[in-house]
Design a protein around this ligand. Structure first.
Ligand SMILES: [Zn+2]
Length: 129
């Protein structure tokens, strides 16, 4: 069996394309058709994007990174200002929710781009039968 041709990349590198929520091959077409819904194919190059499987990977990274940052910030605020506990209850949920929503699309895009780069899945459109 002949090995698959190496993936090609546009002007953006695979991680930059993923973080920009663009197609991991050409870097031009949008990766998503909804907020987190991956498009069936790239509008620009025709890459079958629906074959991705990032699973829970982006969520795990967000939990670990954002959790560490928010806990560090909460500890710093508590040590520095000693606010009442209700202020923590008001302050941190929007930070967590906003941070998670802001990080989810780019991290999912980066994981899909890394899967494409390392051929974790068969993205070739000619085998889409
Ligand atoms: Zn493309």
């Amino acid at each position: 069996m002949e090995p698959a041709p190496p993936p090609s990349f546009g002007t953006l590198g695979p991680i930059a394309a993923g973080l920009a929520c663009c197609c991991p091959r050409c870097g031009r077409g949008p990766l998503y058709s909804g907020f987190l819904t991956v498009a069936e194919t790239c509008n620009s190059c025709g890459l079958a994007l629906h074959r991705h499987d990032s699973g829970d990977g982006p969520a795990v990274f967000i939990i670990l990174v954002l959790g560490a940052v928010v806990v560090a910030m909460a500890l710093w605020v508590e040590a520095r200002f000693e606010p009442p506990y209700w202020l923590h209850l008001v302050l941190w949920p929007p930070v967590i929710l906003g941070g998670a929503l802001a990080m989810l699309r780019p991290l999912k895009g980066a994981m899909i781009a890394l899967q494409y780069r390392h051929r974790a899945h068969d993205y070739t459109e000619d085998r889409d039968v």
